[in-house]
Ligand binder design. Structure first.
Ligand code: AMP
Length: 387
């Protein structure tokens, strides 16, 4: 077996846990750079499997399939942070797994995640662990209302959350998220003026590089728009990147860490959530930066020097959800949308458009962030049939 600190070079096979759009964009970059990819995903036509060299078709937490993935790969990475930690630990004895199980363990549980952030001296909203309706009432006494109750595990895109506006709503809120002794976190409701995120990479040798800050707008709990650079004072942007670097280093991430933050009305930054993988808000890097977040993930997990995160032009990305233009496949509106200057289209190869499902995205470049935003929105309006 090769030593774990040797770089993984072109020609090698990269195993990817998860076959969604993040894995697809990673596999495309890997192919461009001469690597092979092997994707683990149960779906026969998974977005990443369409462009990977090979697929292992099995449930994501199937232990035997994960072992096969490790056996057939030179390094294993992931696009899905809920991979089984014990399985990843076992695989790490066979092949480098980047990021490692310790990072996933912190990111899979909202209380542990916030504990880890605070332990590194970085601010979060006030929070309490909640394991019953009684504990929730006590936590509400301490934190006050309004507050946000979230399941500790498995929530995404605003799912598994309930806003509590009055203490009397505690029992109903606990029950609405599953009740029954389920572990949850109660967070103080943050009054923020903006949501931002930073994608940061760290290589096994300890090199760290953060991308520019993106400003994020959500719709129905799902990311709708990212604008980069974020329209915040330079000192706040510097601080956001410093926070991302501190967390990436502190958690000894090998690969990418996406850090979601609130910018408070006083410009103070509070970390909301971490994701140990490429992030939807970092898609702008594909057109906007010297290297994309996916190339950076590849460089980091392969132990290569990290690339420049310099942003070349202001950029804005808008998501295309199922309701925005169907699948876009065979749709003549696509041709009209692409008439907007400096717009790039990304479709994820999903054949069924469901409301809220991420089907693709559009990124536009511009002389300013506002111009990029106008262009991206104009292209999406056209796809929706309104432009
Ligand atoms: P999350 O799943 O934690 O990323 O939350 C989804 C969205 O809910 C965030 O992007 C915020 O817009 C909102 N949100 C989550 N937690 C809080 C909080 N403590 N205070 C205010 N808004 C929040």
């Amino acid at each position: 077996m090769k030593p774990f600190d040797a770089p993984v070079l072109p020609g090698a096979t990269i195993g990817v846990v998860g076959g969604g759009q993040l894995g697809r964009m990673f596999a495309l970059e890997a192919r461009r750079m001469g690597y092979r990819t092997l994707v683990l995903d149960p779906a026969p036509d998974a977005p990443a499997a369409q462009v990977a060299d090979e697929q292992i078709r099995a449930p994501l937490n199937d232990r035997a399939a994960a072992r096969e993935l490790a056996r057939r790969s030179d390094v294993v990475t992931l696009e899905w942070e809920n991979a089984d930690v014990a399985t990843l630990r076992e695989l790490a004895g066979v092949v480098p797994v980047r990021p490692g199980a310790h990072v996933l363990e912190a990111c899979q549980h909202r209380v542990r995640e916030k504990d880890a952030v605070r332990a590194l001296g970085i601010g979060t909203a006030e929070y309490r662990h909640v394991g019953s309706a009684t504990e929730l009432r006590r936590a509400l006494d301490e934190i006050g209302v309004p507050a946000v109750l979230k399941t500790s595990r498995g929530g995404y895109d605003g799912k598994g959350q309930a806003v509590i506006r009055a203490a009397a709503d505690a029992d109903a809120a606990y029950a609405s998220l599953g009740g029954g002794g389920r572990e949850m976190i109660l967070e103080a409701m943050v009054r923020f003026r903006m949501e931002v995120s930073v994608v940061c990479a760290r290589s096994p040798s300890g090199q760290v590089a953060a991308f520019p800050v993106s400003e994020n707008l959500h719709r129905n709990g799902i990311l709708d728009t990212s604008i980069a650079p974020a329209r915040i004072p330079p000192a706040v942007a510097d601080e956001a990147r410093r926070i991302a670097e501190t967390l990436t280093e502190g958690l000894r991430v090998e690969g990418l860490l996406a850090v979601e933050m609130f910018v408070g009305e006083d410009d103070r930054l509070l970390v909301n959530e971490l994701a140990p993988r490429p992030h939807n808000s970092g898609h702008y890097t594909m057109e906007g930066c010297v290297v994309s977040q996916f190339e950076q993930q590849l460089r980091a997990v392969c132990g290569l020097p990290l690339g420049s995160t310099e942003q070349l032009r202001p950029a804005a990305m808008v998501n295309l959800l199922g309701e925005d233009g169907g699948t876009c496949l065979g749709d003549e509106r696509v041709a009209r949308a692409l008439a907007v200057p400096a717009v790039a289209l990304h479709l994820y190869g999903k054949h069924e458009a469901r409301p809220g499902r991420k089907m693709g995205h559009l990124t536009a470049l511009g002389a300013t962030a506002n111009e990029a935003l106008e262009r991206a929105r104009a292209a999406r309006r056209t796809l929706r049939g309104g432009g």
